[in-house]
Ligand binder design. Structure first.
Ligand code: B12
Length: 257
């Protein structure tokens, strides 16, 4: 089996900007509601992967540029995840990669608000960054401008340590930038408020449009289907990226030169 350093070097060579390892037996995992052994019996380690976003695109104020950057970053994360699982398999270890966002369990209590693994939790334990006031993982190198993935594996890798200092200094810019006041002063997030605005071209938008169409007359139907909101839902569905807001991220000064 490759050493932990060698695995991390190879994952970096695949295009990861940040890589760290958490052990499944870390008490912090259970404290924050994660149980990777449910996903892979015999799991021992979690490889946390970060790929940096383009700050210029995220802060451009142009949703198309912002979404396209995220699409590219997700593509890179998907590629790294697949290749890492294959690398582990060649070394005789089992691995399973957790999607960066979809598919998600949309049933039961989670209703699409909880991933199979919370990438931020794993990344914080693996020392990639710390949870900031925005509730995003804030890294010393890129601030929150990083998208995350996780590989669960039965390979016995050596753990990294959480950061000693949180790069977020609670400057409050993310909280005041949020257009729907979803970030509370105590650092909790009103996920419902965030989702209904941020996902307005995702499922909440589809539901709103469908409700307007039920029993609608010809004129009302035209009003829905010939509207920019409806066209954006189509674009989001076609491209697979439906985020409509990144204000908490783009307001963060950490990691800028
Ligand atoms: C569901 C979801 C949402 C929901 C719910 C948000 C939420 N609170 O999780 C909604 C739709 C609102 C949303 C919004 C956004 N999201 Co989102 N989302 C997810 C998703 C798919 C699942 C997250 C999850 O399981 N949440 C469950 C709740 C209970 O967890 P939580 O609120 O984060 O709280 C836990 C942790 O913070 C942890 N924790 C808290 N403090 C500490 C301290 C320590 C030491 C540790 C170890 C853990 C820990 O414990 C808490 C309880 O379990 C993840 C992908 C994934 N699988 O992780 C992306 C993800 C979290 N989203 C992401 C992003 C970027 C966004 C948005 C900026 C939208 C956008 N433009 O992309 C906004 C930001 C909103 C915000 N300020 O948090 C990124 C975050 C990257 C980063 N740098 O942190 C992720 C990781 C996607 C990715 N692959 O990169 N999202």
């Amino acid at each position: 089996m490759l050493s932990t350093v060698e695995v991390k070097e190879q994952v970096q060579a695949m295009g990861a900007d940040l890589v760290g390892v958490a052990r499944v037996d870390s008490p912090l995992l259970r404290e924050h509601g994660e149980d990777p052994e449910e996903l892979l019996p015999g799991a021992q380690s979690l490889i946390s992967i970060g790929v940096a976003l383009n700050r210029v695109a995220v802060c451009s104020g142009n949703l198309r540029l912002n979404r396209y950057d995220s699409m590219c970053v997700y593509e890179r994360l998907n590629h790294i995840s697949l290749e890492t699982v294959r690398l582990l398999a060649r070394e005789g270890a089992k691995g399973i990669s957790i999607s960066p966002y979809l598919p998600l369990d949309m049933g039961g209590e989670s209703k699409g608000m909880k991933g199979d693994i919370n990438h931020k939790t794993v990344a914080a334990i693996a020392g990639l960054g710390s949870i900031g006031l925005s509730r995003l993982l804030v890294t010393p190198e890129f601030g929150p401008f990083v998208r995350l993935g996780t590989i669960v594996t039965d390979a016995p890798l050596g753990a990294d340590q959480p950061l000693d200092e949180n790069p977020c200094d609670n400057c409050d810019l993310c909280r005041t930038a949020c257009p729907v006041e979803a970030i509370q002063e105590d650092g909790t997030l009103d996920s419902r408020a965030c989702a209904s605005s941020m996902l307005r071209s995702g499922l909440p938008g589809v539901i709103t449009a469908t409700r307007k169409l039920i029993g609608a007359d010809e004129n009302a139907v035209k009003g829905v289907v010939y509207s920019p909101d409806f066209w954006d839902i189509w674009q989001a569905t076609a491209s697979g990226l439906f985020y409509s807001c990144s204000e908490c991220m783009s307001s963060c000064p950490i990691g800028s030169d």
